[in-house]
Design a protein around this ligand. Sequence first.
Ligand SMILES: *[C@@H]1O[C@H](CO)[C@@H](O)[C@H](O)[C@H]1NC(C)=O
Ligand SMILES: *[C@@H]1O[C@H](CO)[C@@H](O)[C@H](O)[C@H]1NC(C)=O
Length: 185
Amino acid sequence: MFTKSIIAVIAMVSLAVADHTFIFRNNCSNNVTPRIANTNCGYSPRCNTPGSGGVPNPAISYTGPQPNTLGRGQSQTMTINRQWNGRIFNQNGNCGGSGENCSLGEFNLDTGNNFTPQAYDLSNIQGFTQSMRIEVSGCATVTCTNVNCGCSNAYPPGDLSGCGNDSPVRGCGAGDKTWTITFCP
Ligand SMILES: *[C@@H]1O[C@H](CO)[C@@H](O)[C@H](O)[C@H]1NC(C)=O
Ligand SMILES: *[C@@H]1O[C@H](CO)[C@@H](O)[C@H](O)[C@H]1NC(C)=O
């Protein structure tokens, strides 16, 4: 009994340290309230079943706590599980629960696909409300600081063509990463 609970604790700790690190940085003069929303089986075709969304690994929802509201210059480091498929946005009071009508960072992690093991982008399709940057260890940084930042940086407001070729999307290799999300980069 005792041994079993020790093993369970060790298993939980190793799961907790083996996921992605997300650093939320508020470089704005105003407060930001970062939110982590799952999109599987909704805004994304990737679901909790293998093969859904055209990739081998099922999505696993994030169920942990939400980030704190961050004052100017503050940051917070959090852990998000592997195979997460979702969005990060600043809840400015007018965004929907999944970031509707707001600027989004979009993530499709640990897909199991050999060509795009992990993908990420910035999207203002539903409106530009926040300048943001995504940085990830060893992969490309994307930044959008204004509504006209263009298709090489983010999906523009109202663009249902996906920029024609999904040019805002960046890919990253497999494995646990450290992602830094800067508000007002
Ligand atoms: C998004 O904005 C539109 C237009 O203002 C509004 O009708 C809609 O309810 C908003 N959606 C959410 C989820 O807040
Ligand atoms: C933070 O914002 C200031 C402008 O307010 C800018 O000069 C600086 O480069 C930003 N720093 C980072 C790390 O994004």
